[in-house]
Design a protein around this ligand. Structure first.
Ligand code: NCD
Length: 315
């Protein structure tokens, strides 16, 4: 049995296979609509979520399975003091697979160690968010046609932004990747990510504060929200919250093929006037998350590719 707690839990080949499956599902969703018949996913979310939880649920429903779960710690026995370890033992008897989000780093890892069903890390504190990374890789591969040989600008809260950490680890395994890390001094990437994700692998990167200085060099600009809930001081958050605002004016400096991505939710960092620009792909990215999660669920449940149906329409 396998879990998915970190993008590095899968080899590059395995990750590529998941993305290939996601693409086959995108091309022909009808073929997959019964592969999870009789299976259940438990979504155990101890932290707020819109996209991740609902896209997991949509993914399982699209595959013909069912969903159960809770969407806040308050509505689960965590509010009575139950440990994650005990909760997962119980969930293991109710569902076939579990997606867990938790404010504490490592909570899904603890759950996995006690679980008899596959556990997926749906975001643990400021640490990792590997299924957002699957979504991001699928988006990049689909829209750019490749995952290597590109310059990626990561902009915003690189310290607490878990999507950025997982994306760095995942992309650093492809050839010709160069990162431009754009953040205020206080929100630079953690030293662990710098050492393990970049330096140990000899990845080319630079750190800058001004987006305007580098935007023209980027193939992808990945904007992120300043992670208010992870700040120790409200004043510090207020000082940093509007560090970056991508508007039409700034976007003029970006190349014609530069993709603007964001894991969402956005607060102020991308002005709504950017939404209609063909380079803005963040809403598409969120939709691609359903295919990526369908492929992941099938992979972890070791489900076979369904037979092609006669007269099957592809889209
Ligand atoms: C991200 C997260 O939860 O880390 N959201 C998401 O899952 N799409 C990004 C964020 O909250 O800023």
């Amino acid at each position: 049995m396998r879990h998915f707690l970190n993008p590095l839990d899968f080899t590059v080949e395995e990750l590529d296979q998941v993305l290939d499956l996601a693409e086959r599902i995108r091309q022909n969703p009808a073929r997959y609509q019964e592969v999870c018949k009789g299976k259940k996913i438990a979504t155990c979310f101890y932290e707020p979520s819109t996209r991740t939880r609902l896209s997991f649920e949509a993914a399982m429903l699209n595959l013909g399975g069912s969903v159960l779960g809770f969407s806040s710690a308050d509505s689960s026995s965590a509010a009575k003091g139950e440990s994650v370890a005990d909760t997962i033992r119980i969930i293991s008897g109710y569902a076939d697979i579990c997606a867990m989000r938790h404010p504490k780093e490592g909570a899904p890892l603890v759950a996995a160690s006690k679980s008899s069903i596959p556990v997926i890390n749906a975001g643990d504190g400021g640490h990792q968010h590997p299924t957002q990374t699957l979504t991001d890789l699928f988006t990049i591969r689909t829209l750019k046609g490749r995952l290597g040989n590109m310059t990626i600008g990561l902009c915003g809260d690189l310290k607490f932004g878990r999507t950025v950490h997982s994306l760095i680890y995942a992309l650093s395994r492809y050839a010709g990747i160069r990162f431009v890390l754009i953040s205020p001094e206080q929100l630079r990437i953690p030293s662990s990510v710098r050492q393990l994700g970049l330096e140990a692998k000899g990845i080319e990167y630079k750190e800058v504060e001004r987006l305007e200085d580098v935007i023209s060099e980027l193939d992808i600009l990945y904007m992120t929200r300043i992670q208010k809930e992870r700040f120790f001081s409200e004043d510090e958050y207020l000082r940093l919250k509007d560090s970056y605002i991508l508007d039409k004016e700034k976007l003029k400096m970006a190349g014609p093929d530069c993709l603007i991505m964001h894991p969402l939710p956005r607060v102020n960092e991308i002005s709504t006037e950017v939404d209609d620009d063909p380079r803005a792909v963040y809403f598409k990215q969120a939709h691609f998350g359903v295919f990526a999660r369908m492929a992941l669920i099938m992979t972890l449940l070791e489900l076979k590719e369904p037979e092609e149906k006669e007269g099957e329409a592809t889209c």
